[in-house]
Write a protein that binds this ligand. Structure first.
Ligand code: S3P
Length: 427
């Protein structure tokens, strides 16, 4: 386990490009594998989660070549994957496991998806139930977790309203739906990120989104595409908060995906009084893209509503850190889904803030953060959760004294160079 030490103080300046968006990267690889022709991807996420998707696809006979952020994916066409010779290992990646479950449900062979200890604790019944309703045979471990054993085959379309607001569940069902007889519709109570819908359209699929419902039909095909992956807003969020908190900072973040269903944290930061300018840049992968400039500014407490949570679900830890330094109390409501992330991120966020001397409490599904804390350096163990590790490092910069983040290497899941990128822009 590697430890990262950091001392508080300093300002951020200069500019940065964050890695390619993790959600778009997974989808570009998977849709490329299911398309006809060769898909070219630029700016693919360098994170371990996306590498898990590539290795699962390779085990299913897909040729993927290239280096750095460039990849060529030789498509096999819808339903064209080969039976795997071994278990498929999704590592730490929920997106790999849930999206691939939808794809494999439609292939006429047996497969088994597994993952690391964290992924094997996460709920999978949420994808198994709709895929069974479409005709797949799916078995889970007791408790509704992975490994997922799939006996795939001919599927029929379904209309499904997921209990949880989850883009992974929606995408799993839609991917199965592309292979199914008839029409498949997912009705969402609260809209979640729509990268699947946008990128499928780029691959030539007909996707209809109306009100809260998204539909696809089986029997079509996907055409290979050129995909430029925009920067990951969930990674950019660490910069936005770090530059807001460190006095005299002024930092530019270029080429960030500004999909309105991903950047809910910008609305929250704006309500807190952050000084963040957004300038449109050319679209990529069917997604709006922006350049941001962030200057340090005093922040005030904020109330976050449950209906906002899907739009900022991965940014709660870093927003909660911002709230701990703000004037006045902040309340984040409706965070139940955070219990099912790479760790129990609701408990983990409260534990992190408390470790740094801030006051935070969980009440039901809500997180209450008392503002105005002067943070003091801490020893923090992020429980293999990349977003908690990176939040702790930013907390260390905003705190007095020394901070030690153990197991810091878990940042590799989404942002391998995070710590060095940050230290390079610190003076
Ligand atoms: C993702 C959806 C979200 C998010 C995850 C990526 C996706 O998960 O937390 O990091 O790419 O669809 P849920 O679908 O579980 O909310």
């Amino acid at each position: 386990m590697s430890e990262r030490r950091v001392s508080g103080g300093g300002r951020l300046s200069g500019e940065v490009r964050v890695p390619g968006d993790k959600s778009v990267s997974h989808r570009a690889l998977i849709f490329g594998a299911l398309a006809e022709g060769t898909t070219q991807i630029e700016g693919l996420s360098p994170g371990a989660d996306v590498a898990s998707t590539a290795s699962v696809l390779r085990a299913l006979g897909v040729e993927i070549s290239g280096a750095g952020g460039s990849r060529s994916v030789r498509g096999r066409g819808l339903g064209g994957l080969s039976a795997p010779k071994t278990e498929l290992d999704a590592g730490n990646s929920g997106t790999t496991m849930r999206l691939m479950a939808g794809v494999l449900a439609a292939h006429p062979f047996a497969s088994r998806l597994t993952g690391d200890a964290s992924l094997r604790r996460r709920p999978m019944e949420r994808v198994a139930a709709p895929l069974r309703a479409m005709g797949a045979k799916i078995e889970l471990a007791p408790g509704g977790t992975a490994p997922i054993a799939i006996a795939g085959g001919a599927l029929r379309g379904v209309e499904w309203t997921p209990e949880a607001a989850s883009a992974q569940v929606k995408s799993s069902i839609l991917l199965a739906g592309l292979h199914a007889a008839g029409r498949t519709t997912v009705v969402e109570k609260i809209p979640t990120r729509d990268h699947t819908e946008r990128l499928l359209a780029l691959f030539g699929a007909e996707v209809e989104a109306r009100g809260g419902a998204v539909s696809v039909s089986g029997g079509g095909r996907l055409r290979a595409a050129r995909v430029g992956v925009p920067g990951d807003p969930s990674s950019a969020a660490f910069w936005a908060v770090a530059a807001s908190l460190l006095p005299d900072s002024e930092l530019a973040v270029r080429g960030v995906c500004a999909n309105p269903r991903r950047v809910g944290f910008l609305n929250v930061l704006a309500r807190m009084g952050a000084d963040l300018k957004r300038v449109p840049a050319p679209d990529q992968a069917g997604e709006p893209v922006e350049d941001w400039t962030i200057r340090a500014a005093p922040l005030s407490g904020v109330a976050v509503r449950p209906d906002e949570v899907p739009g900022l679900v991965d940014e709660v830890p870093i927003l909660a850190l911002a709230a701990s330094r703000a004037r006045g109390e902040s309340v984040f409501r409706g965070l139940g889904e955070l219990r099912h992330k790479e760790s129990d991120r609701l408990a983990g966020t409260a534990a992190l803030l408390t470790a740094f001397g801030a006051k935070a409490a969980v009440s039901g599904d809500d997180l209450i953060v008392s503002g105005g804390a002067s943070l003091r350096g801490a020893a923090f163990e992020p429980r293999d959760d990349h977003r908690l590790a990176m939040t702790a490092f930013v907390a260390g910069l905003a705190a007095e004294g020394e901070t030690r983040v153990s197991g810091a290497e878990c940042a590799e899941i989404s942002y391998p160079d995070f710590y060095d990128d940050l230290l390079e822009r610190l003076s």
